[in-house]
Ligand binder design. Structure first.
Ligand code: APR
Length: 244
């Protein structure tokens, strides 16, 4: 860990990529872990546009359940350390695959959200009156699927589903942030692209690459430093060593 601590200087360009594991200690289920969502639910039945087209009520039942679960969760020590770093380090970038909003809830000002937000929605018909994507904090819905307030049609969750394009502006910004001095991948199984590809991009830019995960991933053998353990434990340890 010393090799990392000595590089975490004030002006270092620091980029952190997070996945579901960073929210595990807050009680948000991961996707591929032991009790992960994809162990109990079929992604092709719940997290694709086709699935939504076939049965929007079923998909919304699942997202309403996830919203109520996440609404009861609070950011953990890992989120708090990253929020503090986003204030302390002028060249700090946080890229997340998470849709739970816990980074924002912990006070991280700028978050590059690769997969959207479970707290946003948009009109399924993309009606002209609707403003692209908008905030919607409801956990209870009178009717499912919920209705678009602009056209009366149905709305869909503001997340990126399998097979869908990510926002090119967010992907570009994340790719630019991979050109950094330190790249940390925290709590991701590193199997979903383009997110998993940023680790390699950073390595090619000469960044010192670090993985924080209790388990090995396909990225483990490629990083300069693999720290085995929970993000909610290891990030506070690093923060203590650098005094922030
Ligand atoms: N701290 C750090 N890492 C943890 C912790 C923890 N406390 N608990 C579990 N992990 C690790 C697991 O070992 C696993 O490698 O977090 C990783 C979670 O992996 P996934 O469940 O696959 O989640 P993620 O990598 O974020 O998935 C990527 O896939 O399903 C899609 O769109 C969804 O954004 C998601 C994407």
């Amino acid at each position: 860990m010393h090799a990392l601590v000595e590089r975490l200087t004030h002006n270092a360009r620091i980029t952190v990529l997070t996945g579901a594991g960073v929210s595990a200690a807050s009680g948000v289920p991961t996707f591929r872990g032991g009790d992960g969502l994809w162990k109990n639910f079929r992604p092709e039945a719940l997290a694709t546009a086709d699935a939504f087209g076939r049965d929007p009520r079923l998909v919304w039942e699942w997202y309403a359940w996830r919203r109520s679960l996440i609404a009861a969760c609070e950011p953990n020590a890992a989120h708090q350390v990253l929020a503090e770093w986003s204030r302390r380090f002028p060249n700090f970038t946080l890229i997340t695959q998470n849709v739970d909003g816990l980074h924002e809830k912990s006070g991280t000002a700028t978050v590059l959200r690769l997969h959207g937000s479970i707290w946003e929605v948009r009109c399924w018909e993309s009606c002209a009156a609707s403003p692209g994507q908008w905030r919607d904090d409801r956990t209870e819905f009178e009717v499912l699927p919920p209705r678009c307030p602009h056209c009366g049609g149905i709305i869909r969750p503001g997340v990126v589903w399998f097979g869908e394009m990510l926002d090119p502006d967010v992907v570009d910004a994340a790719s630019r942030a991979a050109d950094c001095d330190i790249f940390m991948t925290v709590g991701t199984s590193a199997v979903v692209y383009p997110a998993a590809g940023f680790i390699d991009q950073a390595r090619k830019h000469g960044a010192f690459t670090v993985e924080i995960n209790p388990e090995a991933t396909p990225a483990t053998s490629t990083v300069d430093l693999a720290l085995r353990g929970g993000a909610e434990t290891i990030l506070p340890e690093i923060a203590a060593k650098i005094g922030c």
